[in-house]
Design a protein around this ligand. Structure first.
Ligand SMILES: [Zn+2]
Ligand SMILES: [Zn+2]
Length: 255
């Protein structure tokens, strides 16, 4: 009786898994080969990855703002003082990525939030070079508990947990609390956004200070527009002993 090689057994097992537990693209629901999805570590088809990540402009290393290639400076960085050192972004807050960011806010969007977290973490992992200090800890931008209750959780937490898992660091998703229900930033102009988030954050448990004091933190959010929220939280963390703050956001919008 012929003996099957290990690779043939693996292929047969993979085909069987595809058949019993088929995987689908979380955005367009095209069936995915289990082997391809596992290799990418992300349940998105090639077409959707392209649609979500292809951008026409050049992303500013500091704030992630997309500008035309011919523009040398970043006017967003010239206008504002950011307390974080850089911002990794997946793409511009337009078209497919905009729809994806809106979709992950509902509880049914969790698989997509996971997939976006995977894509973003792969980008950070491939981009963080020897000049950059490694990330010590990941912190998601928190939402008020009342909003978490309405949305049944937080998509930003899911994205942050995915990034932390890829970078093999801890995700401190319960460290920071929001002290009041602020107006939605999207409804305000740039100046009002800064006032809206002033003194918005507090540390939930100071006994975990050793987890963030002197550490390099990666703040995670789904979208950055003016950067007021990320800036306020960065300043808060730096004042509380964090050594360095960098950010990762799924989409970058224009303020
Ligand atoms: Zn797809
Ligand atoms: Zn910039």
């Amino acid at each position: 009786m012929p003996i099957m090689s290990n690779s043939k057994i693996c292929n047969a097992t993979s085909c069987l898994t595809d058949l019993i537990f088929p995987r689908f693209c979380t955005l367009c629901f095209t069936p995915l080969s289990d082997k391809v999805a596992a290799k990418r570590d992300c349940d998105l088809c090639e077409g959707c990855i392209q649609a979500l990540t292809v951008t026409a402009g050049f992303s500013c290393r500091r704030c992630g703002f997309f500008r035309p290639l011919e523009h040398l400076g970043c006017h967003m960085c010239e206008m504002r003082h950011y307390h974080f050192e850089r911002n990794w972004v997946l793409g511009e807050y337009v078209n497919h990525l905009k729809r994806a960011v809106l979709a992950i806010k509902s509880s049914s969007g969790r698989p997509l939030a996971n997939a976006l977290g995977s894509l973003l973490s792969q980008k950070i992992d491939s981009d963080i070079d020897s000049c950059d200090a490694p990330v010590d800890v990941v912190i998601p931008v928190p939402t008020h508990w009342k909003r978490r209750l309405v949305r049944r959780g937080s998509s930003v937490d899911i994205i942050a947990q995915q990034i932390a898992s890829t970078l093999n660091v801890r995700c401190l998703d319960r460290l920071i609390k929001v002290t009041r229900v602020a107006c939605k930033q999207g409804t305000l102009d740039a100046a009002s956004r800064r006032i809206n988030v002033r003194d918005l954050f507090a540390i939930r448990q100071r006994k975990y200070a050793q987890d963030y004091c002197g550490k390099s933190v990666l703040l995670v959010d789904d979208i950055m527009t003016s950067g007021a929220t990320l800036n306020e939280l960065s300043l808060f963390l730096l004042r509380n002993g964090v050594r360095q703050v960098r950010c990762a956001t799924v989409a970058r919008g224009a303020a």
